[in-house]
Design a protein. Structure first.
Length: 80
């Protein structure tokens, strides 16, 4: 079976990662980053205990200033 060549993504990973980091820093919440079709998709994640499906499998981008993290977000948040 012949495989199709990988699709060219509309924007680079670094651009999508920078967007996710900027949003996480601005709002104090975690953001997810994943490939969806031919583009990177950036989306806000719910509290850690409510994440499921693609929210668990995506790359998580945390706010850089951990003092501004909202409850249930950040690398120190735990599932209940």
């Amino acid at each position: 079976m012949k495989r199709d060549p990988p699709k060219k993504l509309r924007r680079a990973y670094s651009e999508a990662r920078a967007e996710a980091q900027a949003k996480a820093n601005e709002y104090g919440g975690d953001y997810g980053l994943e490939v969806l079709g031919d583009d990177y998709h950036v989306f806000r994640l719910p509290h850690i205990q409510y994440r499921q499906g693609h929210e668990v499998r995506c790359e998580v981008v945390y706010p850089e200033d951990l003092d501004k993290c909202q409850p249930g977000h950040g690398p120190m948040a735990r599932r209940v």
